[in-house]
Design a protein around this ligand. Sequence first.
Ligand code: UGA
Length: 470
Amino acid sequence: MKIAVIGSGYVGLVAAACFAEMGHSVICVDNDERKLSALQRGEIPIHELYLPELLERHLGRRLHFSNSIKDAVQACSAVFIAVGTPPLENGEADLSFVEAVAREIALSLNGYKVIVEKSTVPVYTSDWIRRVMKRTCTAGSGFDVVSNPEFLREGTAVTDFLYPDRIVVGADNQRSRELLREIYSPTIDGSYSAQADRIPEPTNSQTKPKLIMTSAKSAELIKHASNAFLAMKISFINAVANVCEQVDADIEEVRKGIGADRRIGSAFLNAGIGYGGSCFPKDVAAFRSVAQQVGCSFPLLDDVIKINSEQRHRFLRKVRETLWTLKGKRLGVLGLAFKGGTDDIRESPAIEIIKLLVSEHCSIRAYDPAAMDRAREVLKESVSYVADCYEAAEGADALLVLTDWEDFSQLDLKRIRGLLKYPNVIDGRNLYSREAMLNAGLTYISVGRSTLKPIASSEHAVDAISVSLE
Ligand code: UGA
């Protein structure tokens, strides 16, 4: 099938490349000329596993980039809208880009098309798109508007797209439902996963996803409610971690115990410095606005947001409790991205914590495997950027772990101990067992677990919740 994807941001670019991989002929449209020419040269603006391979396979063959919505709409049967919906100051999603694109699509129609809303949007958006297009349409061409939310995670977006748990199609008639079913048929019927040259499936993936057909409004709600629920799980476990710290229980043990109940599940129960990224903070706020607008009070979402924000300040307090005063202290920082596996620093808890530490006049030496260029744009030269974890640790009063990169969980701890000025590791992602740290002679402060201190180093940490090993 011929598919147009409007917007070459995270969702648009991944969707376009994956549709091409599934055998469709795709035109991806953007109005940013610099980005377009880079993409046409095969340069990818984001750090995403397998995306380079997909571009290499399909660019100029089944995948083309263009700056013309009109040309793309006229050449294709399905048009996916994947433009940004950034937050407004009051938390609502800004839908002006969606509206502008809907108008342009309407002016370009040359026959029946299915318009698919893929950006994360509040309920009623597909209704609005339909209304705006009807008002704008000059020709008598028919169209349907469908909501088809995405559930991609940055870092694993390509395999999430090709091997999804579920595909949600919110369509209000059979014709558009069937067209969407046809588009996704290679993943629905398992034929993609049977291809010899497929992108490898992740472990535990389902070979055949559930296809969930709903009304457009239900599909829009599924997206917001899914992200809000996952954010709630994270805030919940962080609140439990805080209780653990007070009663000397271990959040990692508690997490395993809770997660073993299949009704709860173990995913998204990792305690830490809170969630970030371009989705959860924005979507929880947007969902709260939607609920308010329709007259439903949803105070649970207020608490999810509050707990998340407090989690960063709790971490900062741990740094202070460990080092006493902060001014002039040298800190090694591992991680700038909002999570491991991505170069994205939007709403990154790591960046927020670093800014707070810089405002306290700490001297920061930071390392991230992928996000240093992006971080430099925001933090400028307020921190020093170093080549690896060990350089970050050198001469530091404490080493802070702020992002859950896999590499960070495999450090040579004895070497780290030798490099640090004082043997303090403050881990906001719980990447280590306390025993491993203790064996390496490090004082390890983490989230939801009491601190084990090597006896010799105890004078270097001022820690209210430390456990004596004597
Ligand atoms: C999230 C959702 O997981 C996707 O399903 C959704 O499609 C996407 O938003 C979106 O709406 O576009 P993403 O933002 O890439 O994906 O990141 P996640 O992997 O969900 O992580 C979000 C944040 O939660 C990160 O800061 C991560 O470190 C944190 N997190 C995650 C925890 O603190 N604990 C956990 O147990 C899991």
